[in-house]
Write a protein that binds this ligand. Structure first.
Ligand code: ADP
Ligand code: MG
Length: 326
C-alpha cells in the first residue's frame, strides 16, 4: 500500500502548496469557520493546518488515513452530484506516504482527542490519546523525505511559500465567511478575518488590493439555472502583468480553458495588446451539470452543456464591458 500511495501522491502532491490546498479543503468540508495554517521553511520542514471543524471520531481515524476512504460519498449517485470539495479519499493517504503525518482530532460532543500516525515498515496506523479542542490538526513534517527525487524538485523556501500564499488567497476569496490565518516561520503573514456580514467586497479588497476593488466592474447575473457573479477589470485598466485570474465553479477553484476562452472573447478587440484582464468570477450551476471527477487534483471540470456555459459567460461579460465602454 505504501508504494501505491506514493504513486498516487505523485498526482495529488506536487509541492507544499498542493498539500496546503488538500488540507484546507478538508477543513472546509468539515464545516470549519476558523483555519490556521503554519508553515516552516516553505513547507518542506512543516505544514500544519488546524481547524475548528466537526472533527473525526477515534474509530474513524485509521480509515481517514487509508486510501480510497472517504466519508463524503456513499454511492455512485453521490459521485454524479458532488458538493464537497473532497471525494476521492486519497489526499491524506497520499500525503502520509511521502511525509511524517500526524492527524489529531476531537469530534463534537466528545471530551477525548486522539492522534493517528503511520509507523513501522508496513506503515500501520497507530493511535494515541492527545489533547485538542473540537476540530482537527494535520501536521505534515519533512515532505518528500523518503522520495529524494521529488524533494530535489522543491524550489527555494521563498518560491514554495509564494505558491502557498497564492493557494490561500484563492481560498480566502472563495470563502469570506471563514477566518484563515497563515504563518511562515512563526510569523503571522496573512490574516483573513471572517466577514460576519458576508461583505464579500471587504475580502476582495484585502486579497486583490484596493486599486482593483475600486476600478473593477461588478456583475451578478442569473439565467435559469446558471449564475455568474464577480469582478473584472475594465479594458483600459488591464495591465501587462496579471496576477489574479480566478475562476470558481460551484465554489471550487478551477483552471478551465473553456471559461478562459469565453472571458478572452468577451474582451475581444477592447483589450489593448499584450494586456491581461484581472478577474474573479464565481460560476454556479446545478451539481449534476458539471463533472469534477476529471483530474486527481480536481482543478479541471467538464461541463455537460459546454457550449451553453461558454456562451452564458461570454454574453454576461460582453454586456458588462459594453456598458463601461459606453
Ligand atoms: P476526501 O477529502 O477526498 O474524502 P481525504 O484523504 O482528503 O479524502 O480525507 C479522508 C477523510 O478524512 C475525509 O473523507 C474525512 O472524513 C476525514 N477528514 C480529513 N480531514 C478532516 C478534517 N480536517 N476534519 C474532519 N474530517 C477530516
Ligand atoms: Mg480531501
Amino acid at each position: 500500500p505504501q508504494l501505491a500511495n506514493q504513486i498516487a501522491a505523485g498526482e495529488v502532491v506536487e509541492r507544499p502548496a498542493s498539500v496546503v490546498k488538500e488540507l484546507v479543503e478538508n477543513s472546509l468540508d468539515a464545516g470549519a469557520t476558523d483555519i490556521r495554517i503554519d508553515i516552516e521553511k516553505g513547507g518542506a520542514r512543516r505544514i500544519r493546518v488546524r481547524d475548528n471543524g466537526c472533527g473525526i471520531p477515534k474509530d474513524e481515524l485509521t480509515l481517514a488515513l487509508s486510501r480510497h476512504a472517504t466519508s463524503k460519498i456513499a454511492s455512485l449517485d453521490d459521485l454524479e452530484a458532488i458538493l464537497s470539495l473532497g471525494f476521492r479519499g486519497e489526499a491524506l493517504a497520499s500525503i502520509s506516504s511521502v511525509s511524517r503525518l500526524r492527524l489529531t482530532s476531537r469530534p463534537q460532543d466528545n471530551d477525548e482527542a486522539w492522534a493517528a500516525f503511520c509507523e513501522g515498515r508496513d506503515m500501520a496506523v497507530a493511535l494515541e490519546p492527545a489533547s485538542h479542542p473540537v476540530g482537527s490538526t494535520v501536521d505534515v513534517e519533512d515532505l518528500f523525505f523518503n522520495t529524494p527525487a521529488r524533494r530535489k524538485f522543491l524550489r527555494t523556501e521563498k518560491t514554495e511559500f509564494n505558491h502557498i500564499d497564492e493557494v490561500v488567497r484563492r481560498i480566502a476569496l472563495a470563502r469570506p465567511d471563514v477566518t484563515v490565518v497563515l504563518s511562515h516561520n512563526q510569523q503571522v503573514l496573512r490574516q483573513y478575518h471572517r466577514m460576519k456580514d458576508e461583505n464579500h467586497s471587504g475580502r476582495l479588497q484585502q486579497v486583490a488590493g484596493r486599486r482593483f476593488a475600486e476600478e473593477a466592474i461588478y456583475l451578478d447575473h442569473h439565467e435559469e439555472a446558471l449564475s455568474l457573479r464577480g469582478w473584472f477589470s475594465p479594458p483600459q485598466a488591464c495591465r501587462h502583468q496579471n496576477d489574479i485570474q480566478y475562476m470558481y465553479v460551484n465554489g471550487r477553484m478551477m483552471r478551465d480553458k473553456l471559461l478562459n476562452h469565453a472571458v478572452r472573447q468577451a474582451y475581444g478587440e477592447a483589450l489593448p495588446d499584450d494586456r491581461q484582464p484581472t478577474f474573479i468570477l464565481y460560476l454556479n450551476l446545478p451539481a449534476h451539470d458539471v463533472d469534477v471527477n476529471v483530474h486527481p487534483a480536481k482543478h479541471e471540470v467538464r461541463f455537460h452543456q459546454a457550449r451553453q456555459v461558454h456562451d452564458f459567460v461570454l454574453g454576461v461579460l460582453r454586456n458588462g464591458i459594453a456598458q463601461v465602454l459606453g
